[in-house]
Write a protein that binds this ligand. Structure first.
Ligand code: DC
Length: 221
């Protein structure tokens, strides 16, 4: 359980639905702390690669999750004094993170880290199970989605910058398979909370989208 006195804005959504950008902007707007919970699953995958632990080695992955101690500064994810977000934030770690996230014991271990982030003056937390599991008592809840083709195009732009050589079709396939996995895992599956503001960001421009979310937060207190 997290401290009920700390205000929490919880945001869930599919990959590339805009939750990262909006959550960070909301955190800046309200002066709250920011939690990118996907970064934790990415970190476990990263540590597994670094330590030579296979993604099939359940016990090894659980042990990594139980011992991980990152520090967050804005969008930076610091481990052993180094910001690893430029590495783990890439598409390369998206699928491994999704695989790791299916293990319930990994989720329970990371929940402890996530609750620890709910500190004064408040928290904006984004991911897949913020509203229904980790911060189910959050005062404000939101759920974002967008057409898979539009989300694949957003990812494609990032990949072009990274010169990964992936085609739009390959990325669309990855987006669809990640949605499938995220919505069908045994614990912490992605689905809209009953009391969430639901936004389809397909045709929204960023300013309009952000303003809508700010208004929703204010309406909820
Ligand atoms: O948001 P992201 O793309 O960085 O997340 C990477 C993966 O981590 C995502 O495909 C599923 C998993 N994840 C999760 O299971 N629960 C969360 N709260 C956040 C991410």
């Amino acid at each position: 359980m997290n401290d009920p006195k700390i205000p929490v804005i919880a945001i869930d959504g599919t990959t590339a639905s805009g939750k990262g950008t909006i959550a960070y902007k909301l955190a800046q707007y309200f002066g709250f702390n920011y939690l990118n919970s996907g970064a934790l699953y990415r970190l476990v995958a990263y540590e597994a690669f670094t330590q030579g632990v296979s993604l099939e080695d359940k016990e090894g992955l659980i042990s990594i999750a139980q011992n991980i101690k990152p520090t967050f500064h804005g969008r930076e994810v610091i481990i052993n004094g180094v910001d690893v977000w430029p590495i783990i934030g890439t598409q390369t770690y998206g699928n491994p993170a999704s695989i790791v996230s299916r293990i319930p014991e990994v989720r329970y271990a990371l929940e402890v880290v996530q609750h620890g982030m709910a500190k004064e003056p408040g928290l904006v937390a984004e991911g897949r199970d913020m509203c229904n599991t980790v911060f189910k008592d959050a005062q404000v809840k939101m759920y974002f989605d967008a057409d898979p083709k539009v989300r694949a195009e957003r990812r494609f732009k990032d990949e072009q910058e990274l010169q990964s050589g992936k085609t739009l079709e390959q990325i669309l396939e990855e987006v669809i398979s990640r949605d499938e996995r995220d919505k069908n895992k045994p614990v912490g599956r992605l689905y809209p909370a009953e009391d969430a503001l639901i936004v389809d960001s397909t045709d929204k421009n960023r300013e309009e989208f952000l303003q809508m979310c700010i208004d929703w937060c204010k309406e909820k207190g």
